[in-house]
Design a protein. Structure first.
Lengths: 281, 332, 257
């Protein structure tokens, strides 16, 4: 056992361990770089008009993205109305009722759906609601986002329901409550914090989705005329403005990026906060 | 159903049969069961419908081009001639580049978080990295356009051309015009996007490696790095592979960030600095402009291909991750 | 209060532990422990669970340093040298350890045994040393035809002997055994005790056990610990027949623990 070898092994130890630390540090600094750059560029471009005005016609500077902010909210509302109930009830089924084979199939399909690239979901929604009528619509965009909400909600709902201790169910049933009463009055309330978190995270994730909206909700430089009409959204606006050749549009894209990131990060943090609170109780 | 069965239905916990079913129905359990079952079945319906729509709507293209679709190098909407080869090539090249960059970085970070950092530091950093994973892809694209592309055009691109570009063999990858947009830029942006997934899944599986394994190695006089690299990582390797597959599936399907930085050119080019296109970016760029039926059908077939690839990869990833978490690493 | 009756034999001492204290954060687990572990003998550490015997054992190869927020005070001398002055990697090569549950690596039987040799850059014929180590661990005959097979294919008892072989391969001066038989059946336990008897020629051993019969059968010296204190230490035959401390007597006659 030569001491040369020991020195070599120990040096390797220190070098490699240091490298892992540098790697972790590098990844975290990317986050701060993104945040910093976005806050800097977005912050200097952001003003009150951004929230209150419509986009100006090409060539004119100024204006805002009020329609896109409202549009994103409308699309999220549609996604929530369509996706969350399916996700919630299917999650309850998997956790409380499911048989073996059918549950396996549902679970597997849910994971499959979760892994489908968002652009493919966009094609799907488009094939269902846009291509047949040859007309983009907010509704089709909401469907696309709603489908993406489902798998995340299912898995988190099931997970949190399963985490409810079995003796709680037994206690309720021993008092004469039927199965669904037990679920509705004891199990679901006990898991509500977690389930809510999962839903919020699901909405936060689709809030930033662009690809499924490109050929469903499309985009709109004005207020949307209804659920059957094209509608603007923040992510699509960021995309169109970023790839356009105008400096003023780039400025607006940064502002929209900051608003979108704030929306997503705040709902993520909020979701974690709810979860921490509900766990502490 | 015999009469006897109806009379005992009240005493014996009913298992099956229409009478027993009605009994439970009255208690409300069956209704709840049915309702939730319907919603669960809706997921199957939606997914089947998705596959069906992709299949039906790509019919024209599938019958027109057959298997040749996959190796035809021309994508010419003007003459209704469509081949997927440039996009399959672009998708593979950008994804592989992303993994080459992201796997070492992600694995190293995961090792740091699971083996070295104190638990509270590790949890904080993991939390930040999870936030990184939730940043929308269009924002990565935005940063790609305004940070990575200019850097590639002014600094890294010329640097690569003048150094690695002069080497034999590998040099071919770094030659020709440098626009800033292209395969390498897309690969870098993708790497930044998938690294959080690799870290977070790998860290989880590394943390499931039993303490005894680390102790056994160290009790034999292994250094910390030796015990980590020779014992802990091999134990967790199937799970780590799973995280890589997940990252790959995401990189292949990623649309916006890639569309914004790859340059959008339907050509196969050996240079990594050249512009190209991926399956997802082509669909994103051309779907709304697709005028002819065959054009649209070809784009939907691209979607079908993308769906099948990610389907297979996600399946593999899940099997690998479940295998590690259940049984721990099994030696080959 | 501390009554440490050191064995009254004029034997060479491989390990000398002087005034050892050990803390998990603010909680003290070992209190002012003094003990000598004689060369080429088996010393058993007994006591009720949670008395600190495993913790103590793990201070001898500084294994506790892998646990965060722990602190050790006092001195441990290996052949007269402080183990805290030694390089920890080198120390652990000289002081091997066998754990409570078999923990083979996810590698082949051969690679498990060869692991310690390889990391230490052993230059000789690996095959010979692997065979020799497996023989010393009384496992060779059972596995000689399956050396390339996974270590997980072995039974629990075989895995534990493989772990002993793995520890022996780097030729340690001391072997620490932390309840090595607690997960094993009686037949395998007997095999391992026999193995320890043969290993005495080349190796100093310290074994933690909750099984008093095992301590009585397999050890030359026994130390009894209670709540982090060393209560009594003497030749095994003496400790089990004429204990001097009433607490030792209470323990070995089964009145607690």
């Amino acid at each position: 056992m030569s001491s040369r070898r020991i020195v070599w092994r120990k040096s390797l130890n220190y070098v490699m361990l240091t490298l892992t630390g540098i790697a972790a540090f590098a990844v975290v600094s990317v986050l701060f770089l993104i945040l910093g750059y976005l806050i800097w560029n977005g912050g200097t471009s952001l003003n009150w008009n951004f929230f209150t005005q419509l986009p100006k016609p090409v060539g004119e500077t100024g204006g805002g993205m009020a329609n896109a902010i409202v549009g994103t909210m409308k699309l999220l509302f549609l996604a929530a109305v369509m996706g969350l109930p399916i996700g919630l009830f299917a999650g309850v089924y998997l956790a409380e009722f499911g048989g073996k084979t059918f549950s396996f199939v549902v679970r597997y399909t849910t994971d499959l759906l979760n892994g489908v690239p968002s652009i493919v979901i966009g094609i799907f929604a488009s094939a269902l609601f846009v291509l047949p009528v040859k007309h983009f619509s907010a509704f089709a965009g909401g469907v696309a986002l709603g489908i993406m909400v489902i798998p995340i909600t299912v898995r988190s709902t099931e997970e949190f329901l399963r985490a409810v201790p079995g003796n709680m169910r037994e206690a309720a049933m021993a008092l004469g409550a039927s199965r669904w009463k037990t679920i509705a009055t004891v199990v679901l309330p006990a898991a509500s914090g977690g389930i809510l978190t999962g839903m919020l995270l699901a909405l936060a994730r689709v809030a930033g989705e662009t690809a499924p909206l490109l050929f469903t909700a499309f985009g709109n430089r004005f207020w949307s005329q209804g659920w059957g009409q094209p509608i603007a959204s923040l992510p699509v606006m960021i995309y169109t403005y970023a790839v356009a050749p105008y400096d003023d549009w780039h400025r607006q894209a940064w502002a929209a990026g900051l608003v979108l990131l704030a929306l997503v990060l705040v709902s993520n943090l909020g979701a974690r906060f709810i979860l921490a609170r509900s766990k502490a109780v | 159903m015999s009469a006897a069965a109806t009379t005992i239905a009240h005493e014996v916990p009913p298992q099956a049969g229409p009478r027993a079913f009605l009994h439970r129905l009255r208690r409300g359990d069956e209704i709840a069961h049915l309702i939730t079952l319907t919603f669960a079945a809706a997921i199957l319906l939606i997914t089947s419908l998705l596959v069906y729509e992709l299949w039906i709507n790509s019919h024209l293209s599938r019958t027109h081009f057959g298997w040749a679709f996959f190796w035809t190098k021309v994508w010419d909407p003007n003459f209704d001639n469509f081949g997927a080869a440039p996009f399959i090539y672009g998708t593979l090249v950008t994804s592989v580049l992303a993994l080459l960059l992201a796997v070492p970085l992600g694995l190293a970070s995961a090792i740091f978080l699971s083996e070295l950092a104190p638990r509270n530091v590790s949890d904080t950093i993991s939390f930040l990295i999870d936030l990184l994973a939730s940043v929308p892809s269009v924002i990565y694209g935005l940063l790609g356009i305004f940070i990575v592309v200019p850097l590639m055009r002014t600094t890294f691109g010329p640097l690569l051309i003048h150094t690695v570009g002069n080497l034999p063999y590998v040099g071919a990858l770094f030659r020709g015009p440098n626009y800033g947009v292209g395969f390498l830029t897309a690969g870098i942006v993708l790497a930044i996007m998938v690294v959080p997934f690799i870290i977070s899944v790998s860290r989880e599986v590394l943390l499931t490696v039993p303490r005894e394994q680390r102790e056994a190695a160290m009790a034999l006089g292994a250094t910390r790095w030796e015990s980590t690299w020779q014992v802990v990582v091999p134990w967790a390797r199937t799970g780590i592979m799973g995280s890589v597959f997940l990252a790959l599936a995401r990189a292949l399907g990623e649309t916006m960030a890639v569309t914004m930085v790859i340059g959008n050119a339907a050509v196969i080019n050996t240079s990594l600095l050249a512009p190209g296109d991926t399956i997802a970016s082509t669909i994103a760029n051309q779907f709304t402009e697709a005028t002819g039926d065959l054009y649209l059908s070809a784009l939907i077939e691209l979607g079908l291909v993308l769906f099948l690839i990610t389907f297979i990869l996600n399946g593999l990833a899940r099997i690998l991750i479940v295998a590690t978490e259940r049984g721990g690493g099994r030696p080959a | 209060m501390e009554k440490t009756t050191s064995p009254t034999i004029e034997h060479k001492q491989r390990l000398t532990i002087a005034n050892l204290n050990f803390y998990y954060g603010p909680k003290q687990a070992v209190f002012g422990l003094n003990l000598k572990i004689p060369t080429n003998r088996v010393t058993a550490l007994i006591g009720p669970s949670g008395c600190g015997k495993s913790t103590f054992l793990r201070t001898l190869n500084r294994m506790n340093e892998t646990i965060r927020n722990t602190r050790v005070e006092g001195e441990v001398l290996l052949d007269g040298q402080s183990i805290h002055a030694l390089d920890v990697v080198g120390l652990r090569r000289r002081v091997g350890m066998v754990f409570q549950r078999p923990n083979p690596f996810p590698k082949s039987i051969y690679d498990n045994v060869a692991y310690g040799l390889r990391i230490n850059g052993y230059k000789g014929r690996l095959d010979d040393l692997v065979e020799q180590s497996l023989r010393r661990a009384a496992l060779w005959d059972e596995v000689k035809d399956y050396l390339k097979k996974s270590a997980f294919a072995l039974s629990g008892g075989q895995q534990q002997r493989l772990c002993i072989a793995r520890a022996l391969a780097v030729d340690p001066e001391v072997l620490l055994l932390d309840e090595p038989c607690s997960a094993l059946d009686p037949v395998t336990t007997a095999k391992i005790e026999e193995l320890m008897f043969h290993l005495k020629d080349s190796c100093t051993m310290a074994i933690v056990t909750h099984n008093m019969q095992q301590a009585a059968r397999a050890s030359d010296f026994t130390a009894f610990m209670l709540d982090g204190h060393l209560i009594e230490h003497s030749e095994t035959s003496k400790l089990f027949t004429t204990p001097t401390d009433p607490r030792t007597e209470a323990y070995i006659t089964g009145r607690f623990g």
